[in-house]
Design a protein. Structure first.
Length: 345
């Protein structure tokens, strides 16, 4: 009995730790599906934490939803070929990249009223971000193979940086560094947003055609997701690859939740891969969530730890032709919708 008692006490002491670990295991699942207007394609989503609003790029406009009621409360129209949205909350401005028009649409963050249009310095502005350290907005111009810097205090173009590659998605550390994936060269670049210059370009070994990019500020880790069904973790100071894990097919977006230490990859095959990233940067897949086909772009609510995806139903593609050897399927009218995922019972 004397020998058994210490063992029992040890098991009792360890029990809360075991329960805590079990409780921290994510159980994401779809909790809401909300029909959205319009039958056009879509691209990036962005959640406004301060205003509790969700911005959804959709064809030639941006839909704005109440983040609590999940209802459409407004829109930013006439943004042809819209890709992304960036918010300069400290300046009360929002920015939309309109790829087909080659411009950025500036809007009032409170009223959503259109303020200005800014012509960028490269073709097809795609990803867009606001860097709070420099108060600059950057568009990453896919066909232009460059990036345009805009002073958000004056809404004037202040520089262009040649990239010699196709930029896909970007992230900022908020402290004077901006990072961008190069899709066609399977690499990651660090930029100086003040000098509007490339500092370093690092190859992403084992990561083909990187698309989405997330940032773990606490540990200085970049988290790209890749077309060969991989999520990688990269040291933001050295470009060293710290680890990788398998994810679903057709990935487009990556996101990181500092409150849970979880990274997400939204994959067009209909899977959300949930990955725990430790302080060492070694990732571990902790959940593979069945979503819906086409749900490839994503936004996070960092307060409520919700994941937002959008998708639609698709008709079979038309027959291939010489002009269109790989025709895309068309969207079924009235099927565009928002998916909300939450963890827990």
């Amino acid at each position: 009995m004397k020998q058994l008692l210490p063992r029992l006490l040890c098991l009792i002491a360890l029990a809360p730790l075991g329960f805590a670990r079990a409780a921290s295991t994510p159980h994401y699942h779809i909790t809401h599906q909300v029909s959205l207007p319009g039958d056009e394609g879509w691209d990036y989503l962005l959640y406004d934490q301060a205003g509790h609003r969700l911005f959804v790029s959709h064809g030639s406009r941006v839909l704005v939803l109440d983040g609590e009621k999940l209802t459409v409360t407004g829109e930013i129209p006439d943004t042809p070929g819209v890709h992304g949205i960036a918010l300069a909350a400290d300046l009360g401005r929002g920015y939309v990249s309109a790829g087909r028009a080659g411009m950025v649409v500036v809007f009032d963050l409170k009223t959503l009223a259109r303020v200005k249009e800014i012509k960028v310095t490269g073709e097809n502005p795609d990803a867009i971000l606001y860097d709070p350290a420099t108060h600059r907005v950057f568009t990453f111009n896919g066909r232009g193979r460059n990036a345009t810097a805009i002073d958000a205090r004056t809404d004037q173009v202040v520089g262009t940086v040649a990239l010699d590659a196709k930029p896909e998605f970007a992230a900022t550390d908020g402290k004077g560094r901006v990072y961008v994936n190069f899709e066609d060269k399977s690499s990651l670049a660090a930029l100086d947003p003040q000098k509007v210059a490339v500092l370093s370009v690092w190859p992403l070994a084992g990561c083909e055609e990187p698309s989405g990019l997330a940032f773990d500020a606490a540990h200085g880790h970049m988290i790209p997701v890749c077309g060969n069904k991989v999520m990688a973790v990269v040291d933001a100071a050295s470009g060293k690859m710290l680890g990788s894990v398998p994810i679903g097919a057709g990935v487009d977006a990556a996101a990181f939740d500092p409150g849970t230490g979880l990274a997400f990859a939204s994959c067009g095959e209909g899977v959300l891969t949930v990955v725990r990233v430790g302080s060492s940067g070694r990732p571990e897949v902790v959940q593979s969530v069945t979503t819906q086909r086409g749900a490839r772009t994503m936004a996070l609510d960092l307060e409520m730890h919700r994941v937002f995806l959008v998708t639609a139903d698709f008709s079979p593609p038309p027959p291939a032709t010489t002009a269109q050897p790989h025709p895309r399927p068309s969207i079924v009218p009235g099927s565009f919708r928002l998916l909300v995922l939450e963890s827990g019972s």
